[in-house]
Design a protein around this ligand. Structure first.
Ligand code: SAH
Length: 371
């Protein structure tokens, strides 16, 4: 080889994401599930628009405009009863295509509310899609750069389920971290690392061998930061997601969706949407200890019904009778216990100086004992 050739710029072969991830796992031996999930989802969301019929999954705001409109009305009603503060910010966590925001802001504007728009979004591809819909929005990587000069009106739909979870496994020798390793070119889950018995709540310590407990430190940190902001600045947050009311629970809920079907979470990292069920009770406590009132969770269907989705559907049908079947089907899909109505949960965080929100029973306030 001539010295000339040696000094010429190195040709870097294009290596796909999965290969790069495998190499970094191999270099370390094992990596925690939370690291794997964070890396895979950052690549997944960063490189595509995953929503809709052509994509991998569909969400409530993409099913019908009624969802975003009722989110907007819920916030507008609270804002109105809080005395219509002049400087107010609409904040959405993980706004996807921006569909929910467009529908919510249209409904808010009809109620006389025109907030500044702030999106917390890490995906450059989705930021672009959101910018095409709402060019006046401001983008943030996390909550720390949000303005602090007025109340926040926050929505997060199917955001928390995309955040990384840590999994702890009960083995014969105690509780350990669930990790990934690479064997024969495949990513596989293994149990590794130091014993973590100290992290397990007493009532779960004796769970059967093989049991998995999930925690999501990233979600807890965000819920805590939200609670702190709302308590200090005023405002409210509506959180809607697939999850459970009383956690932490035993069970492996890590799942991967691609092309509207389930796939093995370890098979196509970065090309499938990785989610885990949301532990609402823990998020509620994280926010409550920072000073907000927490309501719910309640079923998405109950919340939408209380918000008047039926009336909204009727008025949409009156305006476009040809769309009756489609609008009725969307309402059913969003509210029916057989579809999204019960499995999806809605939870509210409200500043203590703000009024009680609609759609959450008066006695439903989820205040932890001894607080
Ligand atoms: N809320 C939308 C999209 C849900 S998909 C809807 O209901 O249609 C999840 C969204 O969260 C995407 O916009 C994704 O890019 C974003 N997201 C995922 N992880 C994130 C993170 N760590 N920080 C900020 N946004 C994130």
């Amino acid at each position: 080889m001539s010295s000339d050739k040696k000094s010429s710029p190195q040709q870097v072969p294009l290596i796909d994401f999965a290969t790069r991830l495998k190499r970094s796992i191999e270099a370390q031996g094992v990596l925690p599930i939370a690291y794997f999930m964070a890396a895979a989802n950052a690549h997944y969301y960063g490189t595509r628009d995953p929503l809709g019929a052509e994509g991998d999954f569909i969400t409530a705001p993409e099913i019908s405009q009624m969802f975003g409109e009722l989110c907007g009305l819920w916030l507008a009603d609270l804002w109105d009863r809080a005395g219509r503060p002049a400087t107010v910010h609409y904040v959405e966590l993980g706004p996807g295509r921006g569909t929910l925001a467009v529908d919510a802001l249209r409904a808010m504007a009809r109620a006389g509310l025109e907030p500044q728009i702030h999106f917390i979004e890490t995906s450059p591809t989705l930021r672009k899609a959101q910018g095409a819909m709402l060019p006046d929005a401001h983008w943030h990587d996390d909550l720390s750069t949000l303005p602090n000069d007025g109340p926040l009106l926050v929505v997060a739909n199917e955001f928390f389920d995309a955040l990384p979870v840590r999994q702890l496994v009960h083995s014969q020798h105690g509780w350990f971290e669930r990790m990934v390793t690479v064997r024969h070119g495949l990513i596989l889950p293994v149990v590794d690392g130091p014993p973590l018995n100290g992290l397990i709540p007493d009532h779960l310590k004796d769970a059967p061998i093989g049991s998995i407990i999930e925690t999501s430190p990233a979600s807890v940190a965000i819920a805590g930061a939200l609670g702190e902001r709302l308590a200090a600045q005023g405002g409210a947050a509506l959180i809607v997601d697939y999850g459970y009311d009383h956690g932490p629970a035993i069970g492996d809920t890590l799942q991967a969706v691609r092309g509207h079907g389930y796939v093995n979470p370890f098979d196509t990292p970065g090309d499938a949407d990785l989610t885990a069920h949301v532990d609402f009770a823990t998020l509620g406590v994280a926010a409550h200890v920072r000073g907000v009132h927490v309501h719910g969770p309640v079923g998405q269907g109950d919340w939408l019904n209380a918000m008047g989705i039926e009336l909204r559907a009727d008025s949409l049908i009156k305006r476009s009778p040809a769309r009756q079947a489609e609008i009725e089907a969307a309402r059913q899909r969003l509210t029916s216990p057989m579809a999204m109505g019960t499995l999806f949960r809605a939870m509210a965080m409200v500043a203590p100086s703000w009024p009680t929100p609609v759609g959450f029973a008066e006695n439903d306030e989820n205040q932890p004992e001894n607080s």
